[in-house]
Design a protein around this ligand. Structure first.
Ligand SMILES: Nc1ccn([C@@H]2O[C@H](COP(=O)(O)OP(=O)(O)OP(=O)(O)O)[C@@H](O)[C@H]2O)c(=O)n1
Ligand SMILES: C[C@](O)(CO)[C@H](O)COP(=O)(O)O
Length: 229
């Protein structure tokens, strides 16, 4: 299975002056943890890391330190995640029929989650890892008043990996560019083009490291995971 890792962001919400994926978590850059999980997956056979060219020297050092045995390609990212994934799709080898896309910032995803998604993608056109929301969610208007309380049983929090048939996803991205759609994940493009997207049970620990508190939580989870029981 081919894997694209969008890693070309800035980390504005982290308040960092560099790509947050280069910040360290228990002695290793965030992105190194993501790469390590992809390396340990039984199903991933090729990895494309989408980044900004100024980060490539650091990415190359990291890739050699993680001792990846799988082929890895660095791909130039764009100004938005959507544009970065678009570039990644263009850079896929022509024989890639299906692809998983996984945020570099979701550095706690397990190899088993990659494998579960890769397996499920053999039987559907599009999927995302997601978990049921635990909170009661409110729809709120511009003035700060609640408009609605949607039925929680229908609400799922989207994660990555997200997986798709390559040709269909390329089509959806092309439509998005033509029609000016701005989305925060690839499934949204698939949905807008009316293609089905299946849910695969994600992982509660598969958080996206976005703000400083997420780093603290991620470190706690990793420590638990790495401590022998
Ligand atoms: N132009 C961009 C923006 C984001 N990403 C990637 O998309 C994932 C999810 O994005 P997010 O967590 O929002 O990362 P940042 O854009 O770095 O964060 P922020 O929005 O706070 O600046 C990250 O792995 C990030 O590196 C990307 O490849 N290209
Ligand atoms: C793709 C994603 O990780 C799914 O949760 C997410 O949409 C990334 O974008 P965000 O704007 O940082 O939520």
């Amino acid at each position: 299975m081919y894997l694209l890792i969008p890693a070309a962001g800035m980390g504005k919400r982290m308040g960092s002056d560099r790509n947050k994926l280069l910040l360290t978590l228990m002695g290793k850059p965030l992105l190194a943890w993501t790469l390590q999980a992809a390396e340990a997956s039984q199903k991933i056979t090729w990895i494309g890391v989408i980044g900004q060219s100024y980060d490539f020297p650091d990415f190359k050092t990291m890739i050699s330190q993680v001792s990846l045995t799988k082929p890895v390609q660095l791909i130039q990212g764009g100004d938005t995640r959507q544009e970065s994934v678009y570039n990644g799709l263009q850079a896929l080898p022509s024989e890639a029929k299906r692809v998983l896309i996984h945020d570099g910032a979701r550095c706690l995803a397990t190899p088993e989650l990659f494998d579960r998604c890769a397996e499920a993608l053999l039987n559907c056109q599009g999927l995302i890892a997601a978990i049921p929301v635990k909170d009661t969610i409110k729809i709120v208007d511009d003035k700060g008043y609640i408009q609605d309380t949607p039925d929680r049983r229908q609400l799922w929090a989207a994660q990555t990996p997200q997986g798709f048939e390559v040709e269909l996803l390329k089509h959806c991205h092309a439509q998005g560019r033509t029609l000016g759609w701005e989305v925060t994940d690839d499934a949204a493009l698939f949905e807008k083009c009316q293609f089905p997207v299946q849910i695969v049970e994600g992982e509660e620990t598969n958080l996206k490291v976005t703000t400083p508190v997420d780093l603290t939580i991620a470190e706690f989870i990793l420590r638990q995971r790495l401590t022998p029981q």
